[in-house]
Design a binder for this molecule. Sequence first.
Ligand code: G4P
Length: 529
Amino acid sequence: MSLKKEIERRKTFGIISHPDAGKTTLTEKLLLFGGAIQEAGAVKSNKITKGATSDFMEIERQRGISVATSVLAFEYKKLKINILDTPGHKDFAEDTFRTLTAVDSVIVVIDVAKGVEEQTEKLVEVCRMRNIPIIVFINKLDREGKDAFDLLDEIEQKLKLTVTPLSFPIGMGYDFKGIYNIWEKNVNLFSGDSRKNIEETIEIEDVSSVELDKIVGEKAAKSLRNDLELVYEVYPPFDREFYLDGSLQPVFFGSALNNFGVRELLDCFIKIAPQPRPKHSDTRLVHPEEKEFSGFVFKIHANMDPKHRDRLAFVKIVSGTFERNTPYLHVRNGKKMKFSSPNAFFAEKKEIVDISYPGDIVGLHDTGNFKIGDTLTEGEEMQYKGIPSFSPEHFKYINNADPMKSKQLEKGIDQLMDEGVAQLFTLELNGRKVIGTVGALQFEVIQYRLEHEYGAKCSYESLNVFKACWVEPKDAKSAEFADFKRVKSKFLAKDKRGQLVFFADSAFTLQMTQQKYPNILFHFVSEFK
Ligand code: G4P
């Protein structure tokens, strides 16, 4: 098959949601449709549950599962579908943000009763910033929930999306009769028996026909007609171009657990979702159809077995074909590297592959060469953009608690930072090391992993920082910038790349500093140039 055909048949996407909305269940049902798994329950939830086990044991368990479920690939109607898994726990949000740099579209799952939740808001904001095409799936229609129109309003307001329903529920919860599929123009009747997964699809070209009354009853038919009238009046018609450029979001209703509305979602998804898209590097826009291979690392996973310290670097292929045992340029360190056992991912296993195409993810064994964001090419000096670090929100001094193991500690911290577990800052004033994280749980992760994987011990000391932001003077030689550096010297640090960072101890300080130094920009993401 030609490269063009291989690209055309690939869809790489992520499912995002607030924990418990049904991401795992939906993933599983999609895999069942693809025939990639045979029974429900095969996909393990990667969420961190607070329960009997201590947090870090839970984290280890989760890490184990997340290797297995990082990428779930399956074939459906001759297409190759790659689902990139995203952790639901908010302390791992940064992992999810990075994964979003590797998807070509997303499906957002929303719980019909809970509506738009906090985590969904944050994740959708990142998708919106990047104009990632979004399909919304409103889940758990078998339960009582919010009114469909209220929910659509809430989605538009809280997520700042422009929605267009492509299906619409007929009743809800106890009264839930089924779904009218606006996209395919048919009615799906809900059997309500999750074990049988029976659903009946009846073509209804014209909802005003008496056929509808016969199928769902007069009352439900009438209310569906009214609802649809309103839908057609209020919402813009579906337009694929608008969906693809991120300005229109189709919405589906269903119940993942009951396997209801999932096929409709999948069948529409494969028709409308984008194939692998071009990506900006620091020098140019790179198209998937280009012959020469290029790709970037969006995730690094440490081996769970402490005896084998190698890691798996997840590379999204942007252009050309990636071939086994072929030398590629690791652009950041200028070295050519060959990979003898690149892994491809399937629903429940990974396998060595000889060749992979744009949209695919390959897992490369790494002994410490890769950092998140690294680019591989056939020789071209370019770096993919769009994998920024986010301004951390929790800060602690990190100290060496076992002076005999300082080398191990240094190596451990270095590697964990490369994996993107947290960010390391060095204070300008005294060289002390500060760890900044997006979630509080990461401090435990770091301490636990340093001890178990590197044999090093660390202790923390609290540090009062509200936010760290990257500093960019409009003129690095200005008196204003010199004054800023003098006055704020106690609050300045360098990140791992040597970029200057300002630690503001409160929102007020940050605001005052911004006012006092109008020619200095304070950024909340590391990539601003
Ligand atoms: P997540 O990955 O987004 O965190 O959610 P997950 O799929 O694990 O689903 C969270 C809970 O919601 C699960 O129940 C799951 O069975 C349930 N669920 C998912 N889809 C539906 C649906 O369409 N209808 C209803 N009624 N429930 C749904 P749980 O009790 O937490 O777990 P489990 O013991 O059932 O696995």
